[in-house]
Design a protein around this ligand. Structure first.
Ligand code: ASP
Length: 299
């Protein structure tokens, strides 16, 4: 069975390492955690971990989740403050707690009790950009800057699906979420089954961009279920896109869908007229290095 690492474009600081580790026979969850950590701490990635835009009050709140496709064990942290590696906090939960989701203060307490250190996550550039944004936008209550149908502001995430030669799947996601989001906002990344889901019997799926839309459609889990019911990996993604198109009202934005089936076939597509092109990163056995590929635009 082919070994596979699939990441979205933000994974560039980590994919080489992850591919190498998978090639050496590392566990898919190690491959995922180590690759995502390299992205989380890289100051050149402005949507994941250090150096990303904070929430509307200037506080960095990070979301992450991890899942073992063999056991369906999973863990997520949301709105975690002051900790450089939310993916590792989620991973640590797998071996320390019976819970699958921790948010805010509780997530930070858990991290500190487990030996993670509090760090400054706002880079000088992110702080400068935030202050400019605040000056121009925050004139009163934070709620006044938002409207249900208006999704202005950008997002970004790292997603990673890895599969080893025994067919074991793992998935991981980490993000700072929506730039200058309402404090406490969670996107799809820490919501298991929305931003990511893996089940080694059928495959794995993940989503990036408008997390609210992925939550409304339970999108990652839906794509895995379509594969369970016999859809090809391409058809599973197309069905996921149909689910997105059935949404009515609220904010609807670009969503990119990533799926890998149990045989190692993958398909990545994006939805939304007016959205932008999206590259993803793919490595499998026999490739000297990972390849950048383009998500198919499916309307
Ligand atoms: N899906 C992420 C979120 O909504 C952001 C992104 O992938 O662009 O938080």
């Amino acid at each position: 069975m082919p070994k596979i690492v699939l990441m979205n474009a933000e994974g560039w600081p980590g994919i080489e390492h992850s591919a190498q580790r998978l090639q050496e026979g590392a566990d898919p969850l190690d491959v995922i955690e180590e690759g995502i950590k390299l992205t989380e701490k890289h100051p050149g990635v402005h949507t994941v971990g250090y150096g990303s835009p904070p929430n509307a009050l200037g506080v960095m709140q990070l979301d992450a989740s991890i899942m073992n496709g063999d056991t369906l064990e999973t863990a997520a942290v949301g709105a975690l403050e002051g900790i450089m590696h939310p993916i590792s906090v989620a991973r640590t939960m797998l071996s320390k707690l019976p819970h699958v989701m921790l948010v805010g203060e509780g997530a930070q307490r858990f991290a500190l009790e487990c030996g993670f250190k509090k760090e400054e996550l706002l880079s000088p550039e992110a702080k400068r950009d935030y202050e400019k944004w605040r000056e121009e936008n925050l004139k009163g209550p934070v709620v006044d800057i938002f409207k249900p149908e208006d999704g202005k502001g950008s997002h970004g995430t790292i997603v990673c699906i890895a599969r080893d030669d025994k067919g074991r799947f793992g998935g991981g996601v980490s993000t700072s979420g929506w730039d200058y989001k309402y404090p406490g906002r969670l996107g799809d990344s820490p919501v298991i089954g929305a931003g990511m889901y893996v089940d080694s019997r059928y495959g794995g799926a993940a989503c990036t961009h408008c997390g609210e839309n992925a939550i409304r459609t339970s999108l990652a889990h839906a794509m895995v279920l379509y594969m369970k019911k016999g859809a090809s990996v391409r058809d599973a993604v197309v069905e996921g896109l149909q689910d997105l198109k059935a949404l009515k009202g609220g904010f609807q934005g670009q969503v990119v869908l990533y799926a890998v089936d149990r045989n190692g076939e993958h398909f990545v597509a994006r939805r939304f007229e007016g959205g932008h092109e999206c590259e993803y990163l793919f490595w499998t056995d026999g490739m000297k290095s990972y390849e950048k590929r383009e998500a198919v635009f499916l309307g």
